[in-house]
Design a protein around this ligand. Structure first.
Ligand code: FEO
Ligand code: CA
Ligand code: CA
Length: 668
């Protein structure tokens, strides 16, 4: 039967509005370069055709999307922000979301709801040790930077300190550097040694003690005993099946077990045992001289991870051979892991957990089943890449104490790694790698060794026919319900000639606004059901869906990225690269009851910035404001944002806290 195209599948021009300079530095221009996943697998024309003929019976709410009808106009075609409702009812919103949403805007400010207050917690360059110098934009040194808060904060965890009320460890990822915004007169063709060294030390993570204030949500940094900087120069130990693998051996580390550095740490998660997981994401763009790699097999594997070209963007390969693929082709195999940091011991060596595979990990987040089995969910953030989960064979050890802390840090080193395959409202976790108690891997993929699955995990996903998603970002279980949510941020290449078309979970071609998937998972098992919670974009457009909620009563949302939950079980979503002509922001979304899908914008970040790492507690919301003012015509020589310090100051990535005036609960 010939199928009539629906408006849903009409191709729109454009992509997310992320500035091209952000793409260059953050993800190595992943948007404008060939999609690394060229594997043939199962594609979707057939699935969608099937969905359209069976739509009344489907659980997957592509059904609902299909049912919204044609005729919506994409307001993003003009340059005004797509507006939400002009009036809001506050009192009848579900608990936790009772605030008057802000209007979408392009202010050079963090905009928050009426009746709320805000303050910067910490900025790039702020000292985190007593001996650190004050930040001096015009005189940066690596010695100073490694004692100061790093650049481009992404994930943030707030871990309460036992016995010290209202005091926390703030653990933050510093995803990437944008040298044009860090140094005046920066010459991208000829960076200096100092700029290289500052860049290396501005990456990694920070651990900073912060103290709350009675009656507000303000947080003030302190020189606490746990304060720590981890950088691209810090030592990591490799755990799991790839430890000692030939693929990880280099001149500097013939053992293949000790790695210097972490970088492009995007999002993360706090474990129930009190450590922090951090995803090494777009690691490919730190390495130069891909073109010079002689071994064709190695080169093909690198290509699958997006490696390309001769010089890298930052030219780090000129200063340190570990970034030069021609000299150290295996160094690249030592990045792309989930790393675990114990913030309670500043002398601890962070761990790279290879049993969770090597992909562009957005994050890793934990669900614990009734018998103590640990399930770690993680997405691979690239167009047409996959969703994974790891199920431990070890059980979590409860209680404080050094012994259980050390044991629990081995939980992610024994168990089974799965990749997701979705069909019409159901799905299957396909096992690809089993790691035993002795740390040895067993490949579950024909034609690949265990080492290969652990280190070239994308190739394993290709072989087993995993479902090609629209850039899986944060992947988080709801602590209230156990349902799991995945932000699929966008994929402007879906439906292009020679690329996969739509399927039920990725229902739009040239998808510039993204969607959020809700998964009911048999956590330790291999089956799940799913539906689409949100299909983001202009609520007035036919191709958007807000959980069935009245679309005239929601805030426009685009490019969902990081996810968090409040104490009431509402989902909070931060965005990256809104394609609706407005600054990125943080939104609450009701998940249960008659208001399911009700979406309200709580805050927006300054122009050019991305909202990251939200935490939502009873009395405080925090967000990381990443790359404020990072616009294509801007630089340190021509700053177009002066946030947060105003005047003619340079923009500085910072963490912000928001609370209700006079104290009280957020959203009540
Ligand atoms: Fe660094 Fe997937 O965003
Ligand atoms: Ca992200
Ligand atoms: Ca992002």
């Amino acid at each position: 039967m010939a199928l009539k195209p629906l408006a849903l599948f009409v191709k729109h021009d454009g992509r997310s509005a992320r500035a091209s300079i952000t793409c260059r530095y953050k993800c190595g221009d992943a948007c404008s370069h060939p999609v690394p996943n060229t594997s043939s697998g199962e594609y979707f024309g057939d699935i969608v055709a099937a969905a359209m003929t069976r739509r009344g019976m489907l659980k997957g709410s592509a059904v609902a999307v299909l049912a919204v009808g044609a005729g919506g106009v994409l307001a993003a075609c003009d340059s005004k922000p797509v507006a939400g409702p002009s009036e809001w009812k506050v009192d009848d919103a579900p608990v936790g979301t009772r605030f008057t949403p802000i209007d979408p805007n392009t202010e050079d400010a963090v905009v928050i709801p009426e009746g709320y207050e805000q303050a910067v917690v910490i900025r790039w360059g702020d000292p985190i040790f007593p001996d650190a110098p004050a930040f001096d934009f015009d005189d940066q040194t690596p010695q100073a930077q490694e004692r100061q808060f790093g650049f481009n904060n992404d994930f943030a965890g707030l871990l309460p300190i036992d016995g010290q009320p209202n005091t926390y460890l703030l653990v933050v990822n510093h995803e990437y550097t944008t040298d044009e915004f860090m140094f005046k007169n920066y010459d991208a063709d000829n960076p200096t040694l100092t700029q290289f060294q500052v860049g290396v030390t501005a990456h990694g993570l920070s651990v900073v003690q912060v103290r709350g204030e009675t009656g507000s949500g303000r947080l003030t940094p302190e020189f606490g005993p746990f304060n720590r900087r981890i950088t691209a120069n810090s030592e990591f130990v490799v755990a799991g099946p790839a430890a000692g693998s030939d693929f990880l051996k280099t001149t500097a580390d013939p053992s293949g077990t000790r790695v210097v550095g972490t970088f492009n740490n995007c999002s993360g998660g706090v474990t129930p045992w009190g450590t922090v997981l951090s995803g090494e994401e777009n690691f490919n763009n730190y390495f130069g001289n891909y073109d010079a790699v002689a071994d064709e097999t190695a080169k093909a594997r690198l290509k699958r991870y997006g490696f390309k070209g001769a010089a890298s963007e930052r030219k780090w390969e000129r200063f340190d051979r570990r970034f030069d693929l021609a000299q150290e082709p295996n160094e690249a195999n030592r990045f792309g892991y989930v790393v675990e940091v114990n913030p309670w011991d500043p002398t601890s060596t962070p761990i790279k957990h290879t049993a969770l595979g090597r992909v562009k990990h957005e994050a890793a987040t934990i669900y614990v089943t009734g018998d103590g089995t640990v399930v770690a969910y993680t997405g691979d953030d690239e167009k047409f890449d996959y969703m994974y989960k790891f199920v431990s064979s070890r059980k979590i050890q409860p209680g404080p104490g050094q012994a259980s802390m050390l044991y629990n840090q081995t939980i992610l080193d024994a168990g089974t790694l799965y990749v997701a395959k979705l069909s019409d409202g159901t799905g299957e976790w396909i096992p690809i790698l089993r790691t035993g108690d002795d740390g040895r891997g067993e490949s579950l993929v024909a034609g690949m060794t265990a080492d290969e699955v652990a280190v070239f995990t994308r190739l394993a996903g290709d072989k087993v026919g995993a479902t090609k998603m629209d850039r899986p970002e944060d992947f988080e279980p709801n602590p209230k319900t156990g349902k799991v949510y995945v932000a699929l941020t966008n994929n402007d290449a879906r439906g292009e000639d020679g690329k996969p078309g739509v399927d039920e979970a990725n229902p739009r071609v040239a998808n510039k606004n993204g969607q959020v998937l809700e998964i009911d998972d048999d956590h330790a098992g291999t089956s799940f059901t799913w539906s689409l919670l949100l299909v983001c974009g202009d609520p007035a457009a036919a191709d958007t869906y807000f959980g069935g909620f009245d679309k005239t009563k929601v805030s426009p949302i685009s490019c969902p990225d990081n996810l968090a939950f409040d104490d009431y079980g509402n989902l909070w979503i931060s965005t990256d690269g809104s394609a609706l002509n407005a600054n990125d922001g943080l939104f609450s979304v009701v998940l249960e009851g008659p208001n399911r899908g009700e979406t309200r914008q709580f805050l927006s970040v300054p122009n050019g910035a991305e909202t990251c790492g939200p935490t939502v507690s009873e009395g405080r919301v925090t967000v990381c404001v990443q790359h404020p003012g990072e616009l294509d015509d801007a630089s340190a020589d021509n700053p177009l944002s002066h946030w947060p310090d105003g005047g003619d100051s340079q923009p500085r990535p910072s963490v912000v806290s928001v609370w209700k005036s006079g104290g009280g609960r957020i959203g009540l």
